[in-house]
Design a protein around this ligand. Structure first.
Ligand SMILES: Cc1cc2nc3c(=O)[nH]c(=O)nc-3n(C[C@H](O)[C@H](O)[C@H](O)COP(=O)(O)OP(=O)(O)OC[C@H]3O[C@@H](n4cnc5c(N)ncnc54)[C@H](O)[C@@H]3O)c2cc1C
Length: 390
C-alpha cells in the first residue's frame, strides 16, 4: 500500500496553514493584540474606530488583501482574508467587520466585475487609503433584498439615482459606495444594477449613524441619494447584473462572517480560560472544578467545529469548487457558537463578567449581529435546505 501521507495527493488537515499563511496570521494577531487591544473599550464606548488604527490597517495591507499587486494590493487569497478577519475578531469584532466588508465584499466585487477603467481608478485607492461600503439593504427590503425601491434613470451619458439605503457598514469612513438600484423596474430583479458612487458625487449624502448594541466601533449609517448623478462608466458589470453580483458576493462574503464569529468565540474562550485559572473560590482556582472544565471543554469543541466549517468553505472557494451550502452552514453555525460561547464566558467570569471592566460582556453584545447581517440565520437555513433538497 502506498503511504498516502507521502503522495502529493494526500489531503491536508483543514487547520494546516502554509508557511505564508502562518506568517500572515501571526502578523495580524500581533497587530490586533498590541495595537487594537488597548483601544477596544474606548472605541466601543465612543462608537468610533480610531482613524490612526484604520491607517495602520491600510499600511499593513489588511484593506487590500486580495487586490492584485499591480494595483498596489497584497495579491493574497480569499483564505488569507478569512484568517485576517478571524484574528482581528478575537480582539475586536468591529475591526474585523471593517476589514471583512472592504476585502470580501467591496474589493472582491471590483476585482471580479469591474472594467479596466474602474480597476485602475479604484483598486489602488482601496489598497492604500479608501474605505468602501456595499449598499443593498433598505428600510423595506432586508431579507427580501431584491424588492429594493431605489431607482436609477438614465439621462444622456449619466444615471440619476434616487432612494435611501439603510444599515450600511463602514459608511462613516467610506469614500466609495457600491449602490444597488433598479434601472428597469418593469424587468423586476433583472433591472437591478450596481453603481460605483463616490462620496462627493452630487446628490449623495451619508445620513444618520445607528446607535447599536454591539460592534459599536464599526459605523452603520443610512445613505440618502437624491437624484444622485453617476457617470455611465460607473455601472459595475452591466445594467441588470446587480442581482447576480449581489448574490454571488454575499454567498462568498458570509464565509468571512463565519470567520468573524469564530474569532469572536475564540477570544471569549481565551478570556474564560485565563480567568478560570486565576479566580479562586473554595480555596482553589475555579478551573479545578469539573463543572467549569466541562463548560470550557464544550466551548472549545464548538469553536473548533465552527473553524473547520469556515476553513472548509473558504478552501472550497479558493479551489474553485461549489461552496454555497457550506458557506451558509459556516455562517449559521459559527454565529450560534459565538453567541453561546460569549454567553458562557460571561458566566465563567461571574459578576465581573457582567461589567464593562472585563472584555467578555462586549463580545457577548458583538456576537448578536452574526445571526442578522449578510442574511439572517433563517435565510442561511433556507439556503442550506435548498442545497440538500436539490
Ligand atoms: C449592524 C448591521 C450592519 C449591516 N451592514 C449592511 C451593509 O453593509 N450593507 C447592506 O446592504 N446591509 C447591511 N445590513 C442589513 C442586514 O443585512 C439586514 O438587516 C438583514 O439582511 C436582515 O434584514 P432586515 O433587518 O430587514 O430583517 P427582516 O428581513 O425584516 O427579517 C426579520 C425577521 O424575519 C425573518 N424572515 C424574513 N423573511 C423570512 C423568510 N422568508 N423565512 C423565514 N424567516 C424570515 C428573519 O430571519 C428575521 O428574523 C446590516 C445590518 C446591521 C444590523
Amino acid at each position: 500500500m502506498p503511504n498516502l501521507a507521502e503522495t502529493s495527493a494526500a489531503p491536508s488537515p483543514l487547520t494546516a496553514l502554509t508557511e505564508e499563511e502562518k506568517m500572515f496570521q501571526d502578523t495580524v494577531r500581533r497587530f490586533a493584540r498590541e495595537r487594537i487591544g488597548p483601544h477596544v473599550r474606548e472605541m466601543d464606548a465612543a462608537a468610533i474606530f480610531r482613524p490612526d488604527l484604520l491607517r495602520e490597517m491600510f499600511e499593513l495591507g489588511l484593506m487590500g488583501i486580495e487586490i492584485p499587486e499591480e494595483y498596489g494590493g497584497q495579491g493574497g487569497s480569499f483564505f488569507q482574508a478569512v484568517l485576517a478577519v478571524e484574528a482581528l475578531a478575537a480582539v475586536d469584532p468591529s475591526a474585523a467587520v471593517i476589514v471583512d466588508v472592504q476585502n470580501t465584499i467591496a474589493n472582491n466585487v471590483i476585482i471580479r466585475w469591474g472594467s479596466d477603467y474602474q480597476k485602475r481608478r479604484y483598486l489602488p485607492q482601496l489598497a492604500s487609503d479608501m474605505v468602501a461600503s456595499f449598499a443593498l439593504s433598505e428600510a423595506g427590503s432586508g431579507s427580501d433584498a431584491f424588492a429594493l425601491a431605489t431607482r436609477a434613470t438614465q439621462r444622456g451619458g449619466e444615471y440619476f439615482i434616487t432612494g435611501r439605503k439603510l444599515w450600511i457598514t463602514n459608511a462613516g469612513e467610506s469614500g466609495l459606495f457600491l449602490v444597488f438600484a433598479n434601472a428597469n423596474p418593469e424587468a423586476g430583479h433583472r433591472g437591478i444594477t450596481c453603481f460605483l458612487v463616490e462620496r462627493d458625487f452630487p446628490g449623495f449624502q451619508v445620513g444618520k449613524k445607528e446607535d447599536k448594541l454591539g460592534i459599536r466601533a464599526s459605523s452603520t449609517c443610512e445613505l440618502i441619494l437624491d437624484d444622485c448623478r453617476v457617470p455611465a462608466s460607473n455601472v459595475l458589470g452591466e445594467v441588470g447584473k446587480g442581482y447576480k453580483i449581489a448574490i454571488e458576493t454575499l454567498n462568498e462574503g458570509r464565509i468571512a462572517i463565519g470567520a468573524q464569529m469564530t474569532g469572536l468565540a475564540q477570544g471569549a474562550l481565551d478570556h474564560a480560560i485565563a480567568y478560570a485559572k486565576q479566580r479562586q473560590q473554595f480555596g482553589k482556582p475555579i478551573a479545578e472544578f469539573q463543572g467549569v472544565q466541562f463548560d470550557l471543554a464544550q466551548m472549545a469543541t464548538e469553536v473548533e467545529a465552527a473553524r473547520l466549517l469556515v476553513y472548509n468553505a473558504a478552501r472550497l472557494h479558493d479551489a474553485g469548487r461549489p461552496y454555497v451550502t457550506e458557506a451558509a452552514m459556516a455562517k449559521y453555525f459559527a454565529s450560534q457558537v459565538a453567541e453561546d460561547t460569549a454567553s458562557r464566558a460571561v458566566e465563567i467570569f461571574g459578576g465581573v463578567g457582567f461589567t464593562k471592566d472585563f472584555p467578555v460582556e462586549k463580545l457577548y453584545r458583538d456576537a448578536k449581529i452574526g445571526r442578522i447581517y449578510e442574511g439572517t440565520s433563517n435565510m442561511q437555513r433556507l439556503t442550506i435546505a435548498k442545497g440538500i433538497l436539490g
